[in-house]
Design a protein around this ligand. Structure first.
Ligand code: NAP
Length: 285
């Protein structure tokens, strides 16, 4: 059954090798790509993402820095820190950890990040670039990781019926647009969708990003379908699992990403690659 698993590590390793090569060429010209991470307070989720991003960037030769603001910093403090990073010519990519504390209005601050440095698609302008197919834009890292996995494992998207379960701004919606840009026929489902099981059963490819532990079993799956499981959940025993009951669907699918070890393993490599690309674009190379 191992051959059915679309593991994230080989994808991340291939991306890393390519980034190392390109960063080396920039370094020869005296250019050093750098990612800045802006965080508020001390959330455990942020710390783990920061660690993953820092380690992967280090492997790729991409420099990192972290700007930490106190949990009770004001919105003005936050915007001032963001503006400093926008202006800092040694910084090419900015990652704003989210969600922000309630007293900082994400709906306001998201307009302040320089879209040329917006490597995780915080700004509405970045989203507009994805919608319009502008290749200079940066898609959010997780949806882009899904696309890279499909590409690495040679899974054709053109003309395929793809169902995306979930419509959040960080995963489902931008991912649907990336799939559409690659000529898939995309159906987007959400918590108010009816007859989910039959919709998914018509799909050549299912991407699940609902955040519902093992909600999808084999009754949803078309024989030979490809399943990409973006969900990160914990089952009743506290074990990490996806949205899809992998053991149950394994016989029916042609391929499936494991959780853990699938989509989540690719995200930080995408972040490093986006920082590299931002650096190249900012230098007009
Ligand atoms: P989110 O903002 O909570 O969005 C979940 C989406 O799923 C919503 O659109 C919701 O519909 C839909 N949904 C929820 N229950 C459903 C149901 N029973 N049937 C159909 N649709 C349903 O979550 P998110 O931030 O997009 O994250 C989704 C999952 O991906 C989470 O498990 C998260 O941990 C994981 N994730 C993984 C990575 C990674 O690197 N692998 C990165 C980011 C997120 P409504 O819009 O109608 O509410």
């Amino acid at each position: 059954m191992e051959e059915k698993l679309l593991r994230g590590k080989p994808v991340a390793d291939a991306l890393t090798d390519d980034i190392i090569d390109k960063v080396g060429k920039l370094n020869d010209q005296g250019i050093f790509p750098k990612l800045a991470m802006l965080k508020v307070g001390n959330r455990a989720d942020d710390a783990s993402y920061q660690k993953g991003a820092t380690n992967r960037c280090a492997k790729c030769g991409v420099e990192t820095m972290v700007v930490e603001l106190a949990e009770d910093c004001s919105q003005e403090d936050y915007l001032a820190a963001l503006e400093d990073l926008n202006k800092d010519e040694t910084v090419h990519g900015i990652l704003c950890f989210r969600p922000l504390p309630a007293h900082i209005d994400e709906e306001i601050v998201k307009y302040y990040i320089d879209d040329k440095k917006d490597v995780d698609c915080f700004s509405p302008l970045s989203l507009a670039k994805i919608m319009s197919g502008d290749k200079r834009g940066f898609a959010p890292c997780t949806p882009m990781g899904v696309i890279e996995i499909l590409k690495y494992y040679d899974i054709d998207l053109r003309g395929k019926n793809v169902t995306v379960l979930g419509r959040s701004m960080v995963v489902g919606k931008p991912l649907s647009m990336l799939l559409l840009n690659r000529d898939s026929t995309v159906t987007i489902c959400h918590s108010k969708s009816k007859d989910l099981e039959n919709i998914v059963k018509e799909s050549d490819i299912l991407v699940s990003c609902m955040g519902r532990a093992k909600a999808v079993d084999k009754s949803y799956i078309k024989e030979g379908a490809v399943v990409i499981d973006v969900g990160i959940n914990f089952d009743q025993e506290g074990k990490m699992c996806g949205d899809v009951d992998t053991d149950d669907v394994l016989e029916r699918v042609s391929h499936i990403t494991p959780v853990p070890g699938g989509v989540g393993s690719v995200t930080s490599s995408i972040l490093a690659r986006h920082t590299l690309r931002a650096c190249i674009q900012l230098h007009d190379l």
